[in-house]
Design a protein around this ligand. Structure first.
Ligand code: TNX
Length: 582
């Protein structure tokens, strides 16, 4: 990647006070209890004596009797859980990992061992499973199981071992994410911890409700380097998401190298919101992101936003701009002012060049062409542009995805619309679905991770309202848009726009704990939907994030346990450890 120097020092008007702890991994207001005023005051006010006493008692209690993990303490909720109380299994220094003789399954085993070794300090050697099937230790077994589908798995904990079986390596991978959550929270520690590594006995049978479960990261408003993106992928994989949508281009910056159009990055990548440093991904960077995602069974969905949100592209290619003043770099946060001239034939050569290269470097089936907020390209001119772009994508052998503004354009085979509305009565989108489109649900007032949690959240927007955890959780993707049947819903996605998000710690603060809520809507059967049960299960994730050094929003809606590894944020020195690679 190529970070480039800041070119403009001005701050956008709505930008909150800058984070005071950019290099320490903490976020202002991570103690964001709705009852606690959060601000960027440099010296936190210590909690009152009564509060300290309560926390100390809680901590002592937790230390004496850490709550054992139960088989049902998994996010997203599994489809079926059958506890067997006397069948717990405990990992020991001698535990082995057995795996079916298949390279993809073996890679899942390696990754699992990598996850479990740091905290346990165990060797966890990996060995090929004997034909009859192993009887002890951890076993990852590939076996035909049509009922589990392409992503499901079965997990059995017996006194002699834990066995995950699935028809695919992807199913095994999801099973390992469950296994991880069945161990004590300190399994997330990057250094050895003294603990009894017991898994609760019983069986889980699990598979996803929707095939598409994603999150989006906007790397255009603020640029995030490859390592930050990899960390985000880790968080997605933890909650069984399977798509990472990268919003790669916008008015403030162009973030992906296109070899046939070198000016896009040479000229268009140097800026970001508020004059923050720009940057872009080289082909090798993009390849690293894709490979890391693929190892975690995630597909990357690249977005080139067209025909609007293109100011950065127009600074590089002013010949594609409509008549008027020459485009200049933009570091503000307004939307809807820029567009490629749809009447210029060169525009379509540009679109074909860019989409062609991005498609060639993307193994996944989807290519996202944006299409939102092109306010100045109206009616038939807009649909004409979209239809040409859709045909270019189809010729490249990819499936087109676009924001739901694409709806009025003609249908093309496989077309997917990403719905970000806030009012489920949307006849134009419902009509596009009748004509064959499938929907990804990202309702702005439920799934937008750039919305503030509460009015005092120090970063984020509120145009779609405040979204704390319950609001993010309490809706149903299958019934969100009137006239759209459940069969047309491909899945859900949680987008994180980054106008006000400037660091990995801030990304994590906005993602957690809402990302698991959206992940659960995408994965878990509707029958498991229950806020009271969810908030309790979610609470168990807090100590895991803390053990892994991950910043998160301590929503007042969730009964977070206090643990020795999880002291009240106000009392922590600004030195939260950075998470380790998963
Ligand atoms: C709307 S949602 C946008 C983005 C902004 C976002 C801020 C969509 C397709 N467009 O350009 O970043 O709101 O919440």
């Amino acid at each position: 990647m190529h970070p480039t120097p800041a070119t403009s020092p001005q701050q956008p008007e709505h930008r909150p006070a800058p984070a005071t702890s950019g290099t320490t991994g903490t976020v202002p207001g991570t103690d964001g209890d709705a009852n606690t005023p959060t601000n960027s005051a440099p010296t936190p006010v210590p909690p009152a004596a009564g509060e300290l006493a309560r926390l100390a008692a809680h901590e002592a209690g937790t230390r004496l009797a850490p709550a054992p993990v139960r088989l049902g303490d998994v996010v997203p909720a599994p489809e079926q859980i059958r506890p067997a109380p006397r069948a717990d299994f405990t990992l020991t220094a001698d535990t082995r990992v057995w795996v079916s003789p298949d390279p993809a399954a073996r890679a899942v085993a390696e990754r699992l061992a990598d996850l479990l070794r740091p905290a346990t300090g165990y060797r966890l050697p990996i060995a090929e499973a004997p034909h009859a099937g192993p009887t002890d230790g951890i076993a990852l077994v590939l076996a035909e199981q049509p009922e589990l589908g392409p992503e499901g798995y079965r997990l059995d904990v017996t006194p002699t071992g834990v066995r995950i079986s699935a028809a695919t390596a992807t199913g095994l991978h999801h099973g390992t994410q469950t296994l991880r959550q069945l161990l004590p929270a300190t399994i997330e520690s990057s250094t050895p911890v003294r603990a009894t590594w017991t898994l609760p006995g019983g069986s889980i049978l699990d598979r996803p409700r929707f095939p598409y479960r994603g999150a989006m990261l906007d790397v255009a408003r603020h640029f995030f380097g490859v390592d930050d993106v990899l960390r985000v992928i880790d968080h997605l994989a933890r909650y069984k998401l399977n798509h990472l949508h990268l919003h790669l281009t916008d008015d403030q910056g162009w973030r992906i190298a296109v070899e046939s159009r070198p000016r896009l990055t040479a000229v268009g990548a140097s800026t970001a919101v508020g004059g923050a440093p720009g940057g872009w991904y080289t082909p090798a960077d993009y390849q690293r992101i894709i490979a890391y995602a693929a190892e975690r069974h995630l597909t990357v969905v690249p977005e080139i936003d067209l025909p609007g949100h293109t100011n950065a592209a127009l600074t590089a290619h002013p010949e594609l701009a409509p008549a008027g003043p020459t485009p200049v770099p933009y570091t503000g946060t307004e939307v809807g002012f820029s567009y490629l001239d749809p009447t210029n034939p060169q525009t379509y050569e540009f679109v074909a060049d860019v989409l062609g290269e991005v498609a060639a470097r993307t193994p996944g089936p989807f290519l996202h062409i944006g299409g939102d907020e092109a306010f100045k390209v109206k009616g038939a001119v807009y649909t004409g542009f979209v239809e040409r772009a859709q045909r270019i994508v189809a010729k490249l052998g990819k499936t087109v995805v676009g924001w739901h503004q694409l709806a009025p354009a003609a249908h093309i085979e496989g077309r997917v619309l990403q719905w970000w509305g806030t009012d489920g009565i949307d006849p134009t989108t419902a009509d596009a679905v009748r004509r064959g489109a499938r929907l990804i649900l990202s309702p702005g007032n439920r799934a937008y991770l750039d919305m503030k949690y509460t009015s005092d959240t120090p970063i984020g927007h509120d145009w779609a309202g405040l979204i704390d955890v319950r609001r993010a959780y309490d809706w149903d993707p299958a019934t969100q848009v009137t006239g759209v049947p459940a069969e047309s819903v491909l899945g859900v996605e949680a987008p994180l726009w980054t106008e006000s998000v400037t660091s990995l710690a801030e990304i994590e603060f906005m993602l957690l704990p809402r990302l698991p809520a959206i992940a659960e809507l995408g994965w878990s059967p509707r029958a498991t939907h229950d806020w009271a049960a969810f908030r309790t299960r979610l609470a168990g994730q807090g100590p895991r994030w803390t053990a892994a050094g991950i910043a998160f929003h301590r929503s007042a809606e969730v009964p977070w346990p206090a643990t020795p590894a999880d002291p009240p944020t106000a009392l922590v020195a600004a030195s939260t450890p950075r998470p380790r690679a998963a």
